[in-house]
Design a protein around this ligand. Sequence first.
Ligand code: RP5
Length: 188
Amino acid sequence: MDSHGADTARTPKARRTSQVRSVAPAVAVVMGSDSDLPKMQGCIDALREFDLAFEVAVISAHRSPDLAHQFARDAEGRGLRVIIAAAGGAAHLAGVIASLTTLPVIGVPIASSPLAGVDALYSTVQMPPGVPVATVGIDASRNAAILAAQILADRDNGLRGRLRTLKDSMADAVTASNATVRQKLGLK
Ligand code: RP5
């Protein structure tokens, strides 16, 4: 076996297959509609920033329920470790997936209806006891990616370092803002 767990004694084709499997995405990003993609771009950008392998799928809890169930049932066996599920309106995608898998599910309520995402927030966060969905703010898809990275960092020192760098850069930005504000106000 090599360091990725691939069996190097197999034929080249079999080796390639093993190596592809060894880099199977740990994160799935699913969204209820392609119209949610612009709101999910921040999530995808952040997953790339953290150098995390991920997959993306459009799956609707209401319009493609069989697919939603199949995805949720297969997720763990396919090697996924965290699922980020985004939907707007009567947003049941994250909850349906959470009901069918033991993987952590992060819900992103999307503002895509006349209720401006409050409907999706309540639908996503108000899960029954025993079936949690870790819900981020309305349209806060970047936070979903950061939370996914934090979940995965327990087994990955490099990833933990990238998260620490992010925290440090945010603290530096606040320090710089503090200096700017005080200077504008003529304070020492
Ligand atoms: C939800 O309905 C989707 O997640 C989306 O936010 C909203 C509108 O979907 P489309 O009508 O644009 O496909 O299920």
